[in-house]
Design a protein around this ligand. Sequence first.
Ligand code: ADP
Ligand code: MG
Length: 141
Amino acid sequence: MAVERTLSIIKPDAVAKNVIGKIISRFEDNGLKIAAARMQLLSQNEAEGFYAVHRERPFFNDLVKFMISGPVVIMVLEGEGAILKNRTLMGATDPKKAEKGTIRADFAESIDANAVHGSDAPDTAATEIAYFFPALAVYSR
Ligand code: ADP
Ligand code: MG
């Protein structure tokens, strides 16, 4: 399997719960490296742009409101099969359906406040990394 990069976000609910370190440990303990990281309060524009693919969904406005309700930790994870590995570590979107031992099963309350974001495919990973870390290719190689 190839070394990949994927975008991860620790969402405002998990930051507020004080579990940034526990979530990052899940990544590190499973062979993913933190290639870039930044803690930030997203602007409404940034959150809307990031979730533009969900623009037409009924939950879009609530999702944006939630994502700007407090600081988030935005990271690039790097490793063998990082995209799928991160999705597996995260668990299902709805924490009630997430497998035991996953980040969402352990740290998330609801489908709206579900602790983490992770890119779902190579093309979205590339787009999302470029969105938040446009200079990554320059400073990390
Ligand atoms: P994932 O984050 O697992 O990739 P999606 O890309 O489908 O899930 O959705 C993006 C985010 O939008 C989810 O993480 C969740 O916060 C929110 N969301 C998705 N579906 C719903 C829903 N039915 N009701 C409320 N929020 C939702
Ligand atoms: Mg998604």
